[in-house]
Design a protein around this ligand. Structure first.
Ligand SMILES: Cc1cc2nc3c(=O)[nH]c(=O)nc-3n(C[C@H](O)[C@H](O)[C@H](O)COP(=O)(O)O)c2cc1C
Length: 376
């Protein structure tokens, strides 16, 4: 079943494999698409994946976490993104743009003497040390509008869909988590209020990108440490967002705890019971919603993915690190090679991005033989 077409609203994918959003550290320093990214995305599309979710694209300059990150915060970024979507479409894959704001993690703006924005200030946070300040109501509204504008530009640039980044350490997770959201106004307190930002962003995107445009969300349903968001609430949030109109949910983790076990990219996926570590969350949510659900996190074995889709625990399976290592993996699987992904879960690619370097895999065969895709 994983090789059968999938559908999200009007978007039809050639199979159920998704390249989970992956920041590559390869964008031009002004946020435009680089030649390296053109090669990377073309290789990925050539490799057989059905849907590629881009790496984090900043909707607002105040949300940048890296100087070599893509941006969608202005019309000047559209031509490069247009070339990127064309290269992917020419190779038979679909592509979604991941809309992003880093919130308090937007450290890159700090180097220009601006302070990163967060729902609230958390003093002596054991999980985060950076300076940040609480957003004003006007600043929240500005960010909401920036998500809508980003989606409108994404559509013009040829993206088949957008995915709102509502997971991991970033702004939307910071609003949903009771650990980071201590606001006493209508943006904080009850789960309903902590989810207001998500709802407002959805409405603004829908209004600007159109009623037929697929709008996805990657949602962190539990934080990686005690005292943060718990799954009982995260699940309710997922159900509410599906009801509201999001066209697909990708299930992931919320705020990060201990590295790496309390993060979205766990290491040492070296035994069958370490694989598919978000599976139980996904299964529970999938049973209660009417929109497609994507499961990512530690997927390495084809037969396990087949089982997950067959048993309707998820409609799509998403992979990140295995495809950094082997962009052609899906075609190999399709050709009947039931090999395990080569990727060892060493997290060298994660260490690279923390050092400000591009996300590469030292175990990748392509490291010795870099791709030579011819681009349009
Ligand atoms: C180098 C790297 C970059 C990532 N960049 C993003 C990103 O831009 N957006 C996002 O939502 N998740 C990002 N992730 C998380 C992945 O999409 C995925 O959720 C996680 O790695 C677990 O899947 P995996 O076991 O297949 O790697 C990144 C992960 C890695 C290793």
């Amino acid at each position: 079943m994983v090789f059968e077409p999938g559908k999200i609203k009007g978007m039809v994918t050639r199979n159920r494999f998704v390249r989970s959003a992956t920041y590559d550290g390869l964008a031009e320093r002004d946020g435009r698409v680089s030649a390296g990214q053109m090669r990377l995305y073309a290789d990925m599309a050539d490799g057989g994946v059905g849907l590629i979710v881009s790496g984090i694209a900043c909707v607002h300059p105040g949300g940048r976490i890296s100087p070599v990150q893509n941006s969608i915060a202005g019309d000047e970024f559209t031509p490069g993104l247009q070339r990127l979507t064309r290269a992917v479409h020419d190779r038979g894959a679909k592509i979604a743009l991941q809309l992003f704001h880093g919130g308090r993690e937007a450290k890159y703006i700090k180097t220009r003497n601006a302070v990163p924005l967060a729902p609230s200030v958390v003093e002596a946070d054991p999980y985060y040390e950076g300076v940040h300040r609480a957003m004003t109501e006007d600043e929240i509204r500005e960010v909401v509008a920036a998500f809508g504008d980003g989606a409108q530009r994404a559509r013009i640039a040829g993206f088949d869909a957008v995915q709102v980044h509502g997971a991991h350490a970033y702004l939307l997770s910071q609003f949903l988590s009771p650990h980071t959201n201590r606001r006493q106004d209508e943006w904080g307190g009850s789960m309903d209020n902590r989810l207001r930002l998500h709802r407002e962003i959805y409405s603004d995107i829908r209004r600007k990108a159109g009623p037929d445009y697929p709008v996805l969300i990657k949602l962190g349903v539990e934080d990686g440490f005690p005292g943060g968001l718990r799954f009982a609430e995260g699940k309710q949030a997922a159900l509410r967002l599906a009801e509201l109109g999001f066209d697909a949910l990708e299930i992931s983790q919320g705020l990060r705890g201990e590295r790496y076990e309390g993060t979205e990219y766990r290491a040492r996926i070296d035994a069958p019971d370490r694989e598919a570590y978000n599976r139980a969350w996904c299964r529970e949510i999938k049973a209660r919603v009417n929109v497609p659900v994507m499961l990512g996190g530690g997927l390495r074995t084809l037969s396990l993915m087949e089982e997950i889709v067959q048993d309707q625990e998820a409609d799509f399976v998403s992979l990140c690190r295995p495809l950094i290592c082997e962009p052609g993996l899906i075609n190999e699987w399709r050709a009947g090679r039931d090999k395990k992904a080569r990727y060892l879960s060493c997290n060298n690619c994660v260490k690279m991005i923390f050092k400000g370097k591009p996300a590469r895999c030292i175990h990748s065969p392509a490291e010795k033989d870099p791709g030579t895709a011819v681009l349009v």
